[in-house]
Design a protein around this ligand. Structure first.
Ligand code: ADP
Length: 381
């Protein structure tokens, strides 16, 4: 069997590298095809060193040739990596997503520090202020979005938009939600492998009908890994918010998260740090603050790292309870807790506006006014 290069090229036009819209032929990733009888060598040049993306490219190439050209072809895929040009360091980020104005990645170094709780409450606070808000729950290890928004039994429907089938986010409390949790059974162990998770997330980003959004919040998995890299390559993230408790072990990991975003090849602006579980005030002693996890640790870390401190959220039983019953606590207005979230939200919006260079000035003023950012800060725009 003599393999035909044109057939192979056509087959390769059906696949793309994770995070890149174009197929591997049009994107220039395909360097060369060599055939010899039923053997074929495909040379690819990728701009990312991420192992799971390389692996997936290799598997996709083999599959495409086996499916579209010759089932028994012996395929060898050679992958070289060419780091993006220095001046393009920023361009490692994904291309703009039409209709989505600002994307905020919420990260934490350590798990269990309240990243998802803060994200959910930030989302409903923004929505209450009149913003159009989406939340992408990308926490592959413990997607809690569906429970926190009381939609655990829902499944996103498929709708047709511009001739393409798209996933429709589930709306709850004015927030459009897509979660990796919608695609796993609640009692199933989460066994997403890197490439599978990256693919599922890519679909939730690009094959979803998000519509117009002022803010898309992305609840990242804890830590700093391949999934973070792949999301940062797929999405044009405006900035990252880091959540930490004041405890030393959490702070050490928060520091790593900050440095991941600040790495030259990633270069996502850090909007700032939010201190969660900052203190506890018992109902019967309303003037007392108990610093259970340490005092102001995250605030000091922000100062040390030279990044903004965005706010502190106390340790409150009702915040945990409201997460469990699926009604974010910040929805209840006029409480000390909702004021803490309002403050966090104002500061975050202000930082987003300061960092998003693509935001037209009129839009920047509109957003800061809606969020109630202080007039003094507004002057900085
Ligand atoms: P992460 O997303 O960082 O893993 P979660 O948001 O799931 O963390 O929070 C972990 C647990 O702590 C949850 O049970 C949540 O309800 C609770 N929790 C988070 N923040 C607070 C807080 N400020 N006060 C009380 N409970 C909290």
């Amino acid at each position: 069997m003599k393999l035909n290069k044109d057939d192979i090229k056509k087959a390769l036009e059906t696949i793309s590298i994770a995070g890149e819209g174009q197929n591997i032929v049009d994107s220039g990733a395909l360097q060369n095809i060599v055939t010899f009888g039923d053997e074929v060598i495909v040379d690819l040049k990728l701009s990312t060193p991420a192992l799971h993306i390389k692996k997936r490219a290799e598997v996709d190439v083999m599959k495409a040739i086996h499916e579209h050209v010759y089932k028994k072809a012996k395929v060898e895929v050679k992958i070289s990596v060419e780091a993006p040009q220095k001046k393009n360091v920023n361009e490692i980020k994904g291309k703009p997503i039409p209709g989505i104005q600002n994307i905020i990645a919420v990260a934490s170094g350590k798990g269990g520090v309240g990243k998802s709780t803060v994200t959910a409450n930030l989302a409903v606070t923004l929505s209450n202020l009149g913003f159009k808000v989406g939340l992408l729950d990308a926490d592959i290890y413990g997607p809690s979005g569906p429970i926190m928004f009381d939609v655990a039994n829902e499944k996103p429907l498929s709708v047709t938009k511009d001739g393409k089938s798209k996933m429709k986010p589930i709306e709850s409390y004015g927030v459009k939600l897509l979660s990796i949790g919608f695609f796993t059974k609640p009692d199933q162990a989460v066994i997403w492998r890197g490439p599978m998770a990256a693919k599922a997330l890519n679909q939730m980003i690009f094959d979803a009908d998000w519509g117009e959004l002022d803010f898309l919040l992305v609840d990242l998995p804890p830590g700093t890994g391949d999934i973070h890299l792949s999301i940062m390559q797929s999405m044009p993230i405006t900035g990252a918010l880091i959540v930490s408790t004041p405890q030393n072990v959490a702070l050490a990991d928060a520091k790593k998260a900050v440095s991941m975003f600040q790495q030259e090849s990633i270069n996502v602006p850090v909007l700032g740090i939010c201190e969660n579980m900052a203190y506890f005030t018992p109902a019967e002693l309303p003037d007392n603050k108990y610093y259970i996890f340490g005092e102001k640790g995250a605030k000091y870390l922000a100062e040390d790292l030279g990044v903004p401190f965005l706010g502190e959220i106390p340790l409150v039983q009702s915040l945990r309870e409201s997460g469990d019953i699926g009604r974010p606590a910040a929805l209840q207005k006029g409480t000390a807790l909702s004021e803490s979230f309002a403050e966090l939200t104002r500061n975050t919006v202000q930082e987003v506006v300061n960092r998003n260079k693509n935001l037209p000035p009129t839009e920047a003023i509109k957003i800061t006014t809606m969020a109630g950012c202080s007039a003094v800060k507004n002057k900085k725009i």
